[in-house]
Design a protein around this ligand. Structure first.
Ligand SMILES: Nc1ncnc2c1ncn2[C@@H]1O[C@H](COP(=O)(O)OP(=O)(O)OP(=O)(O)O)[C@@H](O)[C@H]1O
Ligand SMILES: [Zn+2]
Length: 482
């Protein structure tokens, strides 16, 4: 299928201009070059973190589907991210290693593997490269050495970037962000509150698990430095798109931009587009690792919820709007996913031969996602397509395969059986659940409601919620705690 079919003009929101802009690759010969800030691997990713990667995956899928060759880098931050996004506190990795009495390398390996499992479960396409921060220390030192003479000064605690040496510092954050100002921590001797460490020296007499020799003494790179170095190393400067969560718009990305300007010796920010996903929030506000009590993807899977139900939940919101996470919203997304899978299963039974995706449906999909990745607009188009009696079932399935490429929901392959996941801590086998449901039906036929209620309660105690009269014909679902 040619590129020509998906040629609606692509418009993306650029946080730099705070407006929608037409997207064109900077250098078509190089394809589209995208860098996404990756996870700090000191703990499991929570659902909010994963929303950031469903967003970047949607971006990658749309770009590829529209015919752009793509180079996508996601980093793994295994050093340098302090408990505050600015300069105060402990290294998150060092703190986790101490708390768990493990080496940092073990902590990083464990949580990196868990993160990559999340990525597979959410059907997020692998990036061209996972770039691991600690594999790039020498490049970080070289970068810092290049910018230090004109842009940095040394204090006892490290090498600091002087933000007054670059034009227009903080333009990305927007001047009026008092909340971000409040989060910048005072460090003795800093020339400006926004100055930040690009190299942190190990305190005298203290040995850190992760430290390297440098012209400024033993120490570790700053978190902001890592992303500037790895993005430019793999993508060149300027590259096309830099992504991250909206929290990064305030400190991390303005600091990356300052370093990039210093490195290139120009006003250029390093990337043409800076894109940010909004937060996943729950009743306590932004879901956050540091706050504790967050929800992991694995805990949904353990409760019997298929991970693609979470992907669907994400796609129901445009990436720039805040998304509320609750047991009800998740349950509704799971029901919607089941409904879609049952519709597709029924279509497959009626489809004859190979179909052809009708151009009109692909144009509507293209129009929705080319409008700043408007997935909530694409989902109803999908519903309409599946229900469209004027299109032959095989043709509807062919168009569905294209929706799958873009939305990543695997609807062409998912089966009802795959969606029937048992809660992990239930001791019941699927056969035992099925037997009890039959027994309960029999009890109801003979109006033995005491027995039927007891069976329902036994199942509930095992995390299985009985569904009477479900319009989709589903007889049970995982009982979600809200
Ligand atoms: N609640 C959230 N909703 C959406 N994106 C988020 C949320 N919390 C963090 N992110 C994004 O997740 C990505 C990975 O972040 P990272 O692993 O560094 O998180 P963190 O800062 O250690 O975690 P936290 O902010 O939860 O303490 C970043 O792009 C970040 O902006
Ligand atoms: Zn980053």
């Amino acid at each position: 299928m040619g590129v020509a079919m998906h040629d609606a003009p692509l418009t993306l929101y650029n946080s730099l201009s705070r407006s929608l802009e037409p997207f064109q690759p900077l250098d078509p010969a190089k394809g589209v070059r995208v860098y996404s800030c990756g996870p700090t691997v000191y703990n499991y990713a929570h659902l909010g973190n994963l929303r950031a990667y469903v967003f970047t995956d949607t971006l990658s899928r749309v770009l590829r589907w529209k015919g752009f060759p793509l180079t996508h880098i996601i980093n793994i931050t295994d050093v340098g991210h302090l408990t505050s996004d600015a300069d105060a506190g402990d290294d998150k990795m060092e703190a986790a290693a101490r708390a768990q009495a493990k080496s940092i390398w073990d902590i990083a390996a464990h949580y990196t593997a868990a993160f990559k499992q999340n990525i597979r479960d959410l059907n997020i396409a692998e990036p061209s490269k996972w770039s691991v921060a600690t594999d790039h220390i020498q490049q970080m030192i070289a970068f810092a050495e290049k910018i230090a003479p004109e842009h940095c000064y040394e204090l006892e605690s490290g090498l600091y970037f002087d933000v007054s040496t670059v034009p227009d510092y903080g333009r990305l954050a927007g001047a009026a962000d008092d909340a971000a100002e409040g989060r910048i921590d005072p460090v003795d001797g800093k020339r400006h509150p926004q100055d930040f460490a690009i190299w942190r020296k190990s305190p005298p007499g203290e040995q850190r698990q992760m430290e390297w020799d440098s012209p400024w003494g033993k120490g570790a790179p700053g978190w902001h430095l890592e992303c500037s170095v790895m993005s430019i190393q793999y993508l060149g400067a300027p590259f096309d798109i830099h992504t991250g969560g909206i929290d990064h718009r305030e400190i991390h990305h303005p600091n990356e931009i300052a370093q990039n300007q210093a490195y290139c010796g120009c006003g250029d920010t390093g990337a043409k587009f800076w894109m940010h996903n909004n937060f996943l929030v729950d009743r306590q506000g932004k879901m956050s690792k540091s706050k504790g009590g967050f929800t992991t993807l694995q805990s949904l899977i353990d409760a019997g919820v298929h991970p693609l139900a979470y992907r669907l939940l994400c796609l129901q919101a445009q990436y720039r709007s805040e998304l509320e996470f609750s047991a009800d919203n998740l349950a509704a997304a799971l029901t919607r996913l089941k409904r879609l899978v049952m519709t597709v299963t029924a279509l497959k039974a009626r489809a004859e031969g190979e179909g052809t995706a009708p151009a009109a449906w692909l144009e509507r999909l293209d129009a929705a996602v080319s409008d700043d990745l408007n997935t909530p607009k694409a989902l109803p188009v999908l519903d309409e397509l599946l229900a469209d009696k004027r299109t032959a079932p095989a043709d509807r399935l062919a168009a569905l395969a294209e929706f799958d490429k873009v939305l990543g929901l695997r609807l062409s392959e998912l089966t009802r059986e795959e969606l029937r996941m048992r809660p992990k801590d239930t001791t019941m086998t699927p056969e035992a659940i099925a037997d009890l449901l039959v027994e309960r039906k029999e009890a109801r036929v003979v109006k033995d409601f005491q027995r039927s209620d007891r069976i329902r309660d036994d199942l509930a105690a095992a995390g299985v919620e009985v569904m009477d009269g479900d319009p989709l014909g589903w007889d049970w679902k995982p009982a979600l705690q809200g």
